[in-house]
Write a protein that binds this ligand. Sequence first.
Ligand SMILES: [Zn+2]
Ligand SMILES: [Zn+2]
Length: 341
Amino acid sequence: VKAIVFREGSNWAVEEVETPKPGPGEALLKVIQTGVCGTDEHLLHGGFIAKFPLIPGHEMVGQVVELGAGAEGVSIGDNVVVDNTVLCGECNACREGKDLFCENFGSLGCNMPGGFAEFVVVRASKLYPIGDLSPDVAVFAEPTACAVHGVDVLDLPPASDVLIFGAGPTGLILSQLLKTAGAARVTVAAPTQSKLDVARDLGANHTVRISREDPAAAVEELRAIAPSGFDAVIEATGSPAVLELAVPLTKTGGTVMVYGVAAADAQASIKPYEIFSRELTIRGSFAQTHCIGRALFALQTGRVRTEGLITSRLGLDEFDRAIHNLHDSSEIKTIIAAPAA
Ligand SMILES: [Zn+2]
Ligand SMILES: [Zn+2]
């Protein structure tokens, strides 16, 4: 069977691999489709927690085709989404109930085989049947789960005023979820007008176009929306320059959340006196675990809508194109589906 395999030196190829066998408690999924995310590009170049050779792909929808001994909770034929995290349960972090920071953190598609393949093996306890939900909606379960975790971390008071920098899949999902979790008003700021239009369609109250070269030029327009600042500002672009803007745009006593993935050695400049005198909170939100169930519910109930988010569908052999799309501002989400067996 076929799978994309990443190897040392930023190389990838579609390779012929053995069909994985489900062990005890595991299920074999025939992959229906898998979303492409910026993390996949970091992984290709050895970033994040990459371990080569790697079959990438962590935003999977599949159909259960075989169950290992004792695998429970799903049946053959079920369409499912996957909580791709694998936690040891025994390290210090796990024993303190902070298992997202498991010292032996495993992640299907990051350091264990994932879904850019015809088949993948997953622990049955990590599967969530989607019933008759369209795979085109369900494929957003993993990025929505990361957004659910972000909303948990942000812990917004009711009737908050929130600004999000970034209108990629993450910004577009967060902008909707926040409305169910305390935000009375959401403003989305991003460089691409077509994405801001989607944000509007999905319920953002205000959208502001920012320049990639000079994001600070948008400060005046953002200040006009919230003259005393926003209760929370979410940096969902990964740009240090945008994080530097986020701090002064946050209301006194408010929160800045770092959600976007910056380069590991990137640095931003923040005034300690401002954090001190205005009692600002800076929080991070990293990935997710245990949030897929709520994410799926948000998608099933239409609290998070995904119309217009899938902009490309590619085969396994078109991964170069998928990487290209990550840098094409007219693209939002690329989906990879294995060719029908
Ligand atoms: Zn991702
Ligand atoms: Zn652990």
